[in-house]
Design a protein around this ligand. Structure first.
Ligand SMILES: Cc1cc2nc3c(=O)[nH]c(=O)nc-3n(C[C@H](O)[C@H](O)[C@H](O)COP(=O)(O)OP(=O)(O)OC[C@H]3O[C@@H](n4cnc5c(N)ncnc54)[C@H](O)[C@@H]3O)c2cc1C
Length: 488
């Protein structure tokens, strides 16, 4: 944004510099589109290709992800796309002139204060949010998300604790446990919600990517060599300790992931617990932009309804990567390239038959990747039986301290729709705006409502990221603030 407070205009803006956003920027800018890539992090890479922080002391461990990420970052910076980092996108507005092209206006907050950007096409590549089904003691210091622990290990080269229980579901379990051992830590146990039969069912799909399957096997081998006990079809029921984790109780689950309460819990000694039950698409910016969502439990939950070219129901607005359905980094890269090509075709006025030819290879590669991503996403699906086992006194909404019993009281009082349940219970009203608790709220509504139909995901309101009024106003630079429109 210039000194006069006027918005900076681009042909295409991409939000999120993970594999999807980087691939989209490289593809679109490579076809001559004036492209801006925005991200709130200080380096491009997203979760999978997260870069090591600059100025890290010693000789940090670099894994293949770091090398692949560096190669992608080098391609991005060698190309013509403009990259603006440390910018939180907190508001998006769409102005569609009748019969004319749409304009997207984005507001970001970052190192340069509040900035305004406009574009004729927009790609949202905002990634995923980690899912944790609440349990007793999950807010105790020393408990952290499985995906968050992967950031700690990968980017900061830090261990989550001295003796860690690694629990939850999906391929991140073995990745994180093996990373802890490689970093010199101790894994007290791996507690997997899935059983051997679930893994065997996923095997044919996982075997379609032999290199990734081999990588997974090498993590398991490292756990075996270190003598780590692995409890399959088990879950954590309590993290004990006053000022930090001191013990972790686990119990078996059945095939539907319901806790087998008749079996006495087993107590493991640990000073930290790393736990995650899969990933859900981070759709808040897309929800705020009014696109149509559809339920896809096999892809993490609510996903934007996209066509074969990642076009959403809003003309000019595309979704790419895991925010369009959790499918992993390889698919994210391909979806990003597809969205970048499709956005460039839109801006260049190419007809659909030329778009089909331009994207034929990428769409074929996406179909080939689908079996692997489907199999790993199935291992991370919402464990409904576990969600049913949450005790009434357990806090579901950490921001506002709302328990399951308080959600049930709002249901007893007659709340019958998701947004109403949010307002009546206070769950999802805090700084995370439901990113971590809305799924549990929705699950409870489905279980209790007379008509177990939920019309759509929670309505999203700006700001899309928590921000303080003082940070927003900063020093008065005269820039106009675009206030959100009133919504019913
Ligand atoms: C915490 C976490 C850790 C993970 N670690 C691993 C791992 O170690 N290995 C693995 O295989 N998979 C991991 N995953 C899964 C992984 O995210 C994906 O499969 C892959 O990175 C998806 O790529 P993407 O480009 O769609 O999104 P991401 O890589 O998630 O990139 C999305 C980007 O969007 C940016 N963004 C989002 N919202 C905004 C906003 N409002 N303003 C500005 N920027 C925004 C984020 O900062 C991020 O850089 C992890 C997921 C999470 C949530």
């Amino acid at each position: 944004m210039g000194d006069d407070g006027v918005a900076t205009a681009f042909g295409l803006i991409i939000v999120g510099a993970g594999p999807a956003g980087m691939a989209a920027a490289i593809a679109a800018a490579g076809r001559g589109i004036d492209t801006l890539l925005l991200d709130e992090q200080d380096q491009a890479g997203g979760q999978y290709y997260r870069a090591l922080p600059t100025g890290l002391n010693g000789s940090p461990r670099r894994d293949p992800h770091h090398h692949a990420g560096d190669a992608l970052r080098a391609r991005l910076s060698a190309g013509p796309a403009k990259v603006a980092l440390q910018r939180k996108v907190w508001h998006i507005r769409l102005d569609a002139a009748p019969g004319g092209p749409a304009t997207f206006t984005l507001q970001t907050l970052g190192a340069n204060g509040n900035e305004i950007w406009t574009a004729r096409a927009l790609i949202i590549a905002s990634g995923t949010t980690e899912r944790v089904i609440p349990f007793a003691g999950w807010t105790t210091p020393g408990v952290m998300g499985l995906a968050s622990a992967s950031i700690l290990l990968k980017a900061h080269q830090m261990l989550p604790g001295r003796r860690t229980v690694v629990a939850g579901s999906g391929p991140l379990l073995a990745l994180v446990a093996a990373g802890i051992i490689a970093g010199g830590g101790t894994v007290a146990a791996v507690v997997d919600l899935a059983g051997t039969t679930d893994w065997l069912r996923a095997l044919p799909g996982l075997a379609t990517r032999p290199a990734l399957l081999r990588q997974g096997m090498s993590w398991l081998l490292r756990l075996k060599r270190a003598g780590v006990p692995i409890f399959t079809r088990h879950t954590v029921v309590n993290a004990g300790g006053r000022d930090g984790v001191e013990s972790v109780d686990i119990q078996p689950v059945d095939a539907r992931r319901r806790i087998q309460g008749q079996t006495a819990p087993r107590t493991l000694s640990a000073d930290s617990l790393v736990i995650g039950h899969g990933l859900t698409p981070a759709g808040e910016l897309l929800r705020a932009s009014g696109v149509t969502f559809i339920p896809r439990p096999d892809a993490g939950g609510w996903v934007p309804d996209c066509d074969d070219y990642m076009r959403t129901s809003t003309p000019g607005l595309f979704a790419a990567g895991d925010c369009a359905g959790v499918a992993g980094a390889e698919t994210a890269l391909l979806r990003g390239r597809l969205a970048g090509l499709a956005a460039s075709a839109l801006l260049a006025g190419l007809p659909d038959d030329q778009l089909a030819a331009l994207t034929a290879t990428t769409r074929r590669e996406l179909r080939q990747a689908a079996r692997f991503s489907g199999a790993s996403a199935a291992l991370m699906a919402m464990p409904a039986g576990l969600a049913d086992s949450v005790a009434p006194e357990v806090v579901v909404c950490r921001c506002e301290g709302v328990t399951l019993a308080q959600i049930d009281s709002a249901l007893d009082a007659g709340a019958s729709e998701l947004n109403q349940l949010k307002i009546w219970s206070g769950c999802a009203m805090g700084t995370c705006q439901g990113r971590f608790c809305a799924e549990m709220l929705e699950h409870r509504l489905r279980r209790r409502a007379l008509a177990p139909q939920v019309a759509g995901p929670l309505r999203a309101r700006p700001p899309a990221r928590p921000l303080s009024v003082s940070a927003l106003l900063g020093e008065d630079d005269g820039a106009p603030l675009i206030l959100p429109e009133k919504r019913p």
